[in-house]
Design a protein around this ligand. Sequence first.
Ligand code: COA
Ligand code: AMP
Length: 634
Amino acid sequence: MTYKKEYIASTHHPDEFWLKQARKIAWFTPPLKGCQKTDNGYFEWFKGGQLNTSYLALDHHVNNGRGDKTALIYDSPVTQTTQHFTYNELLTDVAQFAGGLSRLGVKKGDRVIIYMPMIPQAAIAMLACARLGAVHSVVFGGFAANELAVRIDDAKPVAIVTASCGIEGSKVLPYKPLVEEAIELAEHKPQACVLFQREQLTAELNENMDYDWNALVNASEPAPPVSVDATDPLYVLYTSGTTGKPKGVVRDNGGHAVALHYSMGAVYGIDEDDVFWAASDVGWVVGHSYIVYAPLIKGATTVLYEGKPIGTPDAGAFWRMIESHKINVLFAAPTAFRAIRKADPDAAFLSKYDTSSLRTLFMAGERLDPPTYYWASEKVGVPVIDHWWQTETGWPICSNPMGLEPMETKPGSSSVPTPGFNVKVLNSANTQQAIGEKGAIAIKLPLPPGCLTTIWQDHQRFVDGYLREFDGYYSTGDNGYVDEAGYVYIMGRTDDVINVAGHRLSTGEMEEVLAAHPAIAECSVIGVNDALKGQLPVGLVLLKDGVNIDEKALEQDLVQRVRDKIGPVACFKRAIVVNRLPKTRSGKILRKLLRQIAANESVAVPSTIDDPSSVKEIESIMREKGLVNETSTV
Ligand code: COA
Ligand code: AMP
């Protein structure tokens, strides 16, 4: 079927379309219904269908005689290790670890926090939770103890699964002290902590609540897959919103499995004999969907990489991976390719490797900037596909549908809406923008299967944050436009979320950390353009009256505070003291205006501004400090 026919079928007859897709996965009880309205006014998919996501990802393939096929390849340049797991082996490990969790009292519906580096045990822990019907919540290793504590208090896990250390380039980062500090900070206290000891560092275990991974597994019986309803939660993944409190995006089991299975074929053109590598981290949505669940549900081979695009050991790392594992499709962030290009502009390393297995290179996490698109296309010599999605949707909203019908690629565009996503560009009057006119990007409800079903323990926040702005639509928080051929161009966020090296971060959260400093009266954190990481956060801070402080020392203090409270991943390195910030008459800082200045956009000064001269003043400071993206004139 061509893209157009498929897209029309998915949006005009969604139930028929998705029930047909649902029949392609192995249910214990197949669903009879597609999408239904819930009591709280939202939608749910495949209610009544019974399944188990770990069964789909593992047992199903073993039962079909594919147990000897490689399911997962672990490649770790930082430990000089490569390990292959067949479907049989991965199933054994997952069932065994699920048995271990079960011994600790973890059962269907319980939450388990997973705070792990990029090692196979991270994926095994996720699949083991899925096997028990328990809800996992993976926390990215680059977050500080405080962030972990916030998630512990929100998810209220029965257990935490961790490892003795992570390895970042040449640094060995102990995880146990972070976990201990987080448990200390949190009000909720998990019953147990399971720790995987790595060769590089042995952590001391506390005999009251800590369990050694291997000892636990050896003492346990393998656990069978538990049947869950399609609408039961599979995981909660916290993501940055506009406030300091991260949002727990809830994903169901049934819609998720159907959508990911569909996307492997339609979007990525992957079949079960292929090798798929998503160069991300299990702490992010890309890692959940495309390192762990989708390739395994499809029955393909997935790759888990513990390394960086450069420096482990060099800018040839990605090409070596493609050659070593005969990778067919690579999914990476543009920032990774900018890093490779910076280190090796002529791609000299590329000629040392045979990358002929590679068919397609997908990019996401941030807009694929045209210079990186052209460089990657020219050097790698395969189609380079920008595709747009979010933690909330769990799979691409827009892409070039390579498995259905490869289409023309337009630099700067993430191509066309994926079947199931009815994408519109709206203005504040809730009406559609004309072709080429910029506006807020929204998706007509219901969303297709696989997207978030609510915010953990806070449905009202879900409604207020996503459904209230445009009646009958989900607001994506991104803005952009659509061209005459229906290609979508994502231009940036409409809120206080920024994107640093493909990582989504909240400026509001950083502002809370800065504002807690005794010398600071007010502040604003904005994302400024960065040639490598896309954006970097910069704090504009106003001192309290009478405070006399060395600005460099203050900056260092603030940088350390953000590292300690949020984590090194925030990449917060600059704080600039200003005399005033533009505000409304009621005293609200005009953050949107600051964002517009930083982006070099035409500035819309609201009539409610307190003192219009403050705009020129802050603009000149921002230009002088190099905070304005001089290359962009939108
Ligand atoms: N555990 C602990 N710390 C981590 C971490 C982890 N999993 N990941 C990152 N960090 C730390 C780093 O060590 C670094 O700390 P430092 O300030 O002490 O040096 C900090 O967080 C920033 O890390 P990073 O953003 O990775 O910067 P970098 O300069 O080390 O590397 C890139 C730059 C571009 C190579 C790297 O950001 C990258 O590979 N990005 C791709 C990201 C990606 O795949 N995103 C996909 C999401 S879809
Ligand atoms: P995350 O939830 O971490 O996946 O981040 C989602 C946000 O990243 C989106 O709302 C966009 O702002 C941005 N994003 C992701 N992929 C793209 C893309 N291909 N083009 C433009 N922006 C993107």
